[in-house]
Design a protein around this ligand. Structure first.
Ligand code: F6R
Length: 606
């Protein structure tokens, strides 16, 4: 959600900023801008994509110090003036900002009463004026920034330039990520490591309330009370290659296709052949503690929440502990009852989703024990949790989550196995699950081979104005995620219902114009699912069945047959054809597959 890049060093900043912004464009993409410092501030910003900004950049845009931004609008529509950076009236201070300043209206009214004229409708512009007010008298830029931030209520990740201090950039964080990149006599900062890995793998994550001063020869970090803080750099193992499309037409297809490998990486070194358990050292819990939990509560947002529903089912089945999943965005606001014998699990690909982070912080404040299932090493949610499981799926660039969704479900299978084997799950059952998990990468390859067939089906159904997705118990989260993928990237309206609920209302929608995708695994509920298909067909509904056997033509018009694994693990495989289905429907409808309208990767605002 919005991207920030900053550079201080001997090179020209502009090309580095543009390159960084391109890497961050998946986080927000309605406008973009840069400012460089070279005997005063020079700025270019436009409504549109980073490519539109690059097109209007003058050839001579020199300066070894600069900040840049790609925007996902919150305050004020996408436009040239609302694009960041925002300058103070005297053009001395420039600011780029991610997050939301909640008291922007009050601050703006106060500044206007003092005679400040605002150019944009953004909340960010108050920051450039507030900093400019004190920067002249302040001993340092960080002092002026700190004074301004004291007046601000809300979330921010910011980068600030002062034309009169041409050797430094100040960055600060509260709720919106800022990562520093350490180079050779040059320093970088960004809202996401994606913008840094081309230049350096040595990074430092700022904590909430921290501020940093970057100069070409190094950096200093400060706590909110101006005390200097010590930071240990971290080496990231993602490189620039992870951020290329690798010859695929879209990141989304690349990420779907990577799944045999990403699932293997989530499993690597974690299955034990002797005791048929999962090794999850990052949980930071001994067996006694692991046995002590009486409930599991899973939280996450969007697709992460749906993968949590698959996780809850796995934990109930394999560990026989009551488990359920809830959207983190709802959980944090309903004054949750936090109990000592409940294990809380927070899921996040980015590790930065604000609603999930705030829910984790609420849990921690109330003394809850929280594990994180997170893809991004060192991210805010990972740092906030008591322990957890990293996915090791590599960066996910396309806005719609695919490989992280699958790896999260796999991580839950490992957690369920772990919780089960310290309880009543027998070694034989443990072995059955370990063997099933090992088969997943090859079986995903078999599903990927079906792509031409799935493409044809997607083209056939993409014209429908609306689609229904149904599944029962294990199949229901698969249906929800299938509907989510379709609507977010193809903009085709899609509803997901438990198959058992259809006759309690939504069956009224069924007709030839509303086809149904039915998740029908070969499990103990097969007959009940087939009865539902009969009910849909009797109302003239078209059915695309996704399951383990070729459909009876009386019950389904089309089918996608996926390889069978252990019943508990089947949802992981059943989700994959739906990713390809949504992808090809979106391509058929000529959508912007990797950057769907109105959305952004990593929602770091409320
Ligand atoms: C959907 C999608 C979103 C995310 C959600 C949580 O395809 O990508 O629904 O799953 O915004 O994001 P993370 O996992 O980064 O917390």
């Amino acid at each position: 959600m919005c991207g920030i890049v900053a550079y201080v060093g001997p090179k020209d900043a502009a090309p580095i900023l543009l390159e960084g912004l391109q890497r961050l464009e998946y986080r927000g993409y309605d406008s973009a801008g840069v400012v460089v410092s070279n005997k005063g501030l020079k700025m270019r910003k436009v409504k549109g994509r980073v490519a539109d900004l690059a097109a209007v950049m003058p050839a001579r845009f020199k300066g070894g110090l600069g900040i840049g931004h790609t925007r996902w609008a919150t305050h004020g529509a996408p436009s040239d003036v609302n694009a960041h950076p925002h300058l103070s009236a005297d053009e001395r201070v420039a600011v780029v900002h991610n997050g939301i300043i909640e008291n922007a209206d009050q601050l703006r009214a106060k500044l206007e009463a003092e005679g400040v004229v605002f150019l944009s409708e953004t909340d960010t512009e108050v920051l450039s004026h507030l900093i400019a007010r004190t920067v002249k008298e302040a001993d340092s830029l960080e002092e002026a920034v700190r004074a301004a931030l004291k007046l601000v209520v809300g979330t921010y990740g910011i980068a600030v330039l002062d034309a009169e201090r041409p050797g430094e950039v100040v960055v600060a964080r509260n709720g919106s990520p800022i990562v520093l990149g350490i180079g050779e006599k040059e320093m970088f900062a960004a809202s996401d490591v994606a913008a840094l890995v081309r230049y350096t793998r040595q990074v430092v994550h700022l904590e909430d309330g921290e501020l940093a001063v970057l100069k070409a020869d190094g950096f200093t970090t400060f706590a909110s009370d101006a005390r200097e803080t010590a930071k240990e750099p971290l080496t990231v193992d993602w490189d620039a290659g992870h951020y290329d499309t690798g010859g695929y037409e879209h990141y989304l297809l690349k990420e779907i296709s990577e799944q045999p490998d990403t699932v293997a990486r989530t499993l690597r070194g974690r299955l034990d052949d002797r005791f048929h358990i999962a090794h999850l050292g990052g949980l930071n819990m001994d067996a006694r503690e692991t046995r002590s939990f009486r409930r599991v509560k899973i939280i996450g947002c969007g697709s992460a929440y749906y993968s949590g529903q698959i996780g809850a089912q796995l934990i109930e089945e394999l560990a026989r502990i009551p488990a359920d999943a809830e959207p983190a965005s709802e959980f944090r606001y309903r004054g949750p009852v936090v109990e000592a014998d409940t294990l809380y699990v927070a899921i996040s690909q980015s590790g930065e989703t604000y609603d999930t982070l705030a829910a984790v912080q609420e849990l921690k404040r109330k003394g809850g024990r929280v594990l994180g299932i997170v893809n991004t090493v060192g991210s805010a949610i990972a740092r906030e949790c008591d322990g957890g499981v990293y996915l090791h799926a590599g960066p996910e660039v396309s806005v719609a989550s695919t490989k992280a969704f699958t790896s999260t479900a796999v991580a839950f299978a490992l957690l369920a196995l772990h919780l089960g084997r310290v309880r009543d799950l027998s070694p034989a059952e443990g072995r059955r699950i370990c063997d099933g998990l090992r088969r997943l990468p090859e079986q995903i390859k078999e599903i990927l081979v079906l792509e031409p067939e799935i493409r044809e089906l997607a083209h056939k159904y993409a014209g429908a104005p609306s689609m229904m997705f149904v599944g029962r118990v294990r199949g229901y989260p698969v249906a929800r995620e299938g509907a989510q993928k379709l609507k977010e990237i193809s903009y085709v309206h899609a509803e997901a219902y438990p198959a058992s609920e259809l006759k309690h209302g939504p069956l009224a929608l069924i007709g030839p114009e509303m086809p149904t995708v039915a998740i029908v695994p070969d499990d103990e509920l097969l007959d009940k699912n087939l009865t539902t298909l009969g009910e849909i067909r009797a109302r003239g509904g078209r059915v695309l069945m996704v399951g383990h056997r070729v459909a009876d033509p009386k019950l389904a018009d089309d089918c996608i047959v996926v390889p069978k694994n252990e019943t508990e693990l089947d949802p992981i495989l059943l989700s994959i054809p739906l990713q390809l289905f949504a992808y090809h429907a979106a391509v058929a409808l000529e959508r912007d597959v990797d950057k769907p309208r109105n959305l952004a990767k990593s929602v770091t605002v409320e």
